[in-house]
Design a protein around this ligand. Sequence first.
Ligand code: C2O
Ligand code: CU
Length: 518
Amino acid sequence: MPRTFRPPRRARRVLGRVLVVVLALAGLSAGLLGFAWTTAAVDTADDVDFTRPLPIPPLADSTVDDDGRRVFDLRLQSGRTDFGRGGPAADTWGINGDYLGPTLRAERGEQVAVQVTNDVGETTTLHWHGMHLPAVMDGGPQQTVGPGETWEPTWRIDQPAATLWYHPHLHGETAPHVYRGLAGLFLLDDPGNTPSSLPNQYGVDDLPVIVQDKAFTDDGQLDDEAPIFSPTGFLGDTIVVNGTVGPYAEVTSERVRLRLLNGSNARIYNFGLVGSDGEERGMHLVGTDGGLLSAPAAIDRVMLSPGERAEVVVSMTPGETMTLCSFPADLGADFWNERFSGGDDTVDVLELRAADDLDPSPQLPDRLAPAPDLRANDAMVTRSFRLGGTNINGRDMDMNRIDEVVRVGDTEVWEARNAGGTPHNFHVHGVQFQVIDVDGDPPPPQLSGWKDTVYVAPDSTVRLIMRFDAYPDPDNPFMFHCHLLRHEDQGMMGQFLVVERGHDVQPGDALDNHGDHQ
Ligand code: C2O
Ligand code: CU
């Protein structure tokens, strides 16, 4: 009978030791992994004390100059901010203040001009997110403003009433510049086309709600280090609204409109309301990124990825309290990416406190605005954008390369496909688009209106339709990109030109030496 092989004794001892070490290492990494897994989920539900009144960013002053232009002054500056968590104030950046900026407001048809002065001591830019305007006024990575410089873009407001916003867009530095505090709202009004029965008194029954997540170092400074394993970038454990921790808003009328902006670097919120009895409450969605919906939609939740906005109307009864929360979101990722992208997190955001006597509010109107009317059949061009790794269509952002060339006047279908396992979203400058479908299904209410940023779940395809109806310029590109700011900074961005028909610039051309200039 052949003997079963047994290694010599010494070898057995060595093997045994190796095995012990391997098991110990495996145990250690399993332990670390378990620790990372458990600590990855943030849950602040019922943990937040709402003790600070919600600050309302002031409406920016403006003057009308001799040319009839509405002129705003914005100064980017450094400062110190007490977010309200106790302890020392943090070093921050702000616009005309220490943190965030004033709310700009203008009417459709007005010519606006903004004097942007950069006093933060570093080059940056200021981009008008969601605005339909000439590319050279857009404030993207091409329109840098050096330290001490003033940049003065001007354009005519030419789009429906909407909640837009502004923030820096310096290539490679957008995440830190926004995180330090450079951002603000830009509200557009369209009085002839907006039902007056929507709550519309800024700061009274029409509240700006800029939601951001932060982390703090032991000495009270902003900490922007991304958690271990986060595939999307920075995720903080402290929520601030309009720059304040634990905010409450006093509601004095039966209905209040919240203009929600996800101004965070990477966190994706799934907003909903909870009453003081612990029961969930519904709300009405009235607007998305680029304007009002055609009709109010009753919803329980609204998910916003970074850069997206939603306008909701909340109805309250006298004396009641409700909390705006963010619930675990279905990011459509595997359990690993879901967890480490914050998809399992629950956070309290803002408390709404209704007064004992509420001013009556009109009923919500049945019709809000004309429905978006772009039809897939009208599209002459279809383009595909594959979001993978941290690039688009396999190419990293190159500020000197033109990736797409659009003919002015064309209606186009853009297909954004997330080919990887990581959450992404997709934002296009210079236009508002309509969502045709998501993996072939018609869009839900929150994707049924005008949009400029849309979530694209892992392994899914979102088809968009948009019309490039103005502002041809062969020299100045617009951007398209993932608005998860670390991905954007890592190069998940491309550039497109809008040109006159017949202009001979081609995709792949270098920006500085393409075709005939007119
Ligand atoms: Cu809000 Cu290209 O950005
Ligand atoms: Cu991304």
